[in-house]
Design a protein around this ligand. Sequence first.
Ligand code: N01
Length: 544
Amino acid sequence: MTDVQTTTETSDDLTASYDAVIVGAGFAGMYMLHKLRWLGFTARVYDAAGGVGGTWYWNRYPGARCDVQSLDYSFSFDSELEQEWEWTEKFSTQPEILRYANHVADRYDLWQDMQFNTRIEAAHFDEGAGRWIVRTDQGDVVSAQHVVMAVGTLSTPKLPETPGIETYQGETYQTQKWPHEGVDFTGRRVAVIGTGSSAIQSIPLIAEQAAHLTVFQRTPNFSMPAGNRLLDADEVAERRADYPAYRQMARESFFGIPIPGEPKMAFEVSDDERDATYQAGWEAGNLVALIGAYGDILFDKAANDTAAEFIRSKIRDIVDDPEVAEDLCPTDYPVGTKRPCLDTNYYATFNRPNVRLVNLRKTPITQLTPQGIDTSEESFEFDAIVYATGFDAMTGSLVAVNVRGVGGVELKEAWSDGPMTYLGLAVSGFPNFYTVTGPQSPSVLSNMMVSIEQHVDWIADCMVYMRDNGYSTIECTPEDQLAWVEHSSELGDQTLYPLANSWYMGANVPGKPRVFLPYIGGVGPYREKCDQVAANGYEGFKLA
Ligand code: N01
């Protein structure tokens, strides 16, 4: 393979030329392609996967489903699409979402401009031409005026750094790259490492199949029942009739999911009223029902404690063995500051005789062996190990590409102390380069569909503005970028998020700078800011 660090392609190597190269064929890349083509631009999408869907292409583990409700987690850009697609469950399964992604690709005839099994290795900005030269691992070298990174926020899987990991001889699986044909754990002794969203969804189903399941938990998570069910025809009809107004509320909301009314503060109400609100939130099966129940839960530790204690009391009610229940209770970070989870029978699974919880805070893993896993107290043997150990979130897939901007500066170097963006959309020194749902945008703190559509629309409008006004490059200024990064970080510091060792803080990847990665100003206000920037002739950008 060519050394991506040193190669600089010339225009003689080019195999094609586009207005835009789009990296990633998930929902962001698909909509970007559709929108740009509709506006008369040429564009090509590349994806390392064998098909569309992004995260929903890869994460096929048992129980994988979206924990934003189907009627919210779908495109709003075309009312016909919105009206014709039939979601079957409150929370869609991964296969159903993947069918939807394929339907979108068919419906808008996206396939002809998408190239799969192709990884973008490098993108270098040619200052003389004012264009990007993009190279794939399949030998394509293409030129593009714009590069749109639609790479996803949770798409670079992360394995543990455990000694001996390569010596284990049994079967290994990663939730983030699950085999397409599925896995049959019947009769097998299985380990799951990790207790984040992916583990919490898959553990109950693996437990039903396996002869024995051992769950290795480093940090317990707050999870609430999903209350999944089939959608009923009346509620679907009602939503369809009201979709335009509902979508508008979502766009103006804090999380990209409408929550009716202005929340009170937790201590403005009596203990009984608060408990009743939390109980209703627990039964609602809605990711933000509890953390959004009061306006101060993500900002005030005492308020947060009331919600956290409510969930801990539920865990203690559900789990029979008091010691296991205590091990499952998160105590060292505020609820909501690690991504909360929705589950189906997660805590109850630990009442099964074939399931054991190993608390790694008490007995850490010391090594993997050819047969299994050693902790400080015990040696375990397994037929299969499932790694549900997460991702190098938000920046991992952006810096994995050898992106070089003005002066040959590499994105990875520019971000060595943490990502620097303007609006989570653009990076100083990297003209005509856009990050869909990038760091310092609401992104992972929002309904991704709402944020994806907002970014794609903004980028497309920007490209039209450039075309109409005869500009060939756009680049944010370092001053405006710094001001945005500082603003984003100041907002983050006003919340409880920095108190957790979460992937939101980059804390799950050794050596990654500890900074709060998403923007917590809310989807609605953030959109207003982006619109204002555009309305003011792309304030904060240099156009040339
Ligand atoms: O990953 P995670 P995920 N030894 O990072 C543990 C989205 N998502 O794939 O917390 C032992 O949450 C780690 O422990 P700790 C969603 O945004 C959405 O589950 O670092 N354990 C943690 O328990 C989610 O947040 C959906 O101490 C180790 C786990 O592995 C995000 O994706 C479904 C370890 C990783 O949890 C990521 O979720 C699934 C080690 N060396 C995912 N290293 C839905 O919409 C890591 N861990 C439903």
